[in-house]
Write a protein that binds this ligand. Sequence first.
Ligand code: CP
Length: 333
Amino acid sequence: MNLLTLSQLNPTQRLALLRLATTLASSATSNPLLTTARKRLAHRSIALLFFENSTRTRASFETAAAQLALHPLALDISTSSTAKGESFADTIRTIAALDPAAIILRHADANAAHIAASHSTAPIINAGTGTKAHPTQALLDAATIATHALPRLNLPAADPDQPFQHLRIAITGDIARSRVARSLIRLLPSLGAELSLVGPPGFLPDRFALLGFPIHRSINDALTTPDSPPHILYALRVQHERASHADDNAATDAFISTCAIRRETLDKLAPNALIMHPGPVNWGVELDAALANDTRSLILHQVAMGVPTRTAVILAATGLADLNTQSQSRPTT
Ligand code: CP
């Protein structure tokens, strides 16, 4: 199966993927599902087509592939025949003809994953497309929350189908241009979390109010919401490379002065409140550099959770894990 956006997964499949990721995180390489998968995938490759830069996503997909004994077919786009004018569709058809177990794709075009799927005989896994979707980032964030945040927050017991019930998350940053935000907005409420969005109008236009989440124009407003301050502050990177408006610097200045997370901001929250960020971080912009080594930061846990989460996604995409069970993914027979 393809993983193009989270909207293609029903609630059972999302929960199954989350549970598989957290199970793999706790059982590391000893999980019997991995042993079965390694036998089935022996001598296969997995293609990595990164038309945009990446550190975390690419490195964790390569590590996940290694755990599954898959050979990484990592195309260097800058030296590929793309530079001779070969079309995106022909590149996808060419790589698919080599019969990889899946094609992992990052691209600046928001529709690239869907276009690739229409030309590929191999499953397509979206590793971040334009400003539209970054489904594996949202999944690894959910797995990080389940594994590292919930045990520290002492929330009331949650409905098993809504594991993030009672959890409040405020997302602050360049939301309009963030594919991570779009995937988080899709996933976290479906797991029971209460979201609020924080940003100046340049980063969070009024149209986002149509989504139905509370909108705050300053981080202080988000923190002083009576009786319901967030448990997690999730910061997003200011994406100058996707600047689409002339007043980008003014929007960034407005964001830094009103919506960035400083150490004093965090100190106003409960002592067990946490911060997250998908990386790479612009330290001193969306997050105070003083928070880099703060124990309330889950950022490196997010990076580490990329491996079991992307392993789970590869297993699902290659048909080696069945997501259509309520309780737990298991090997297909
Ligand atoms: N979060 C994220 O996608 O990081 P990279 O661009 O480094 O992969």
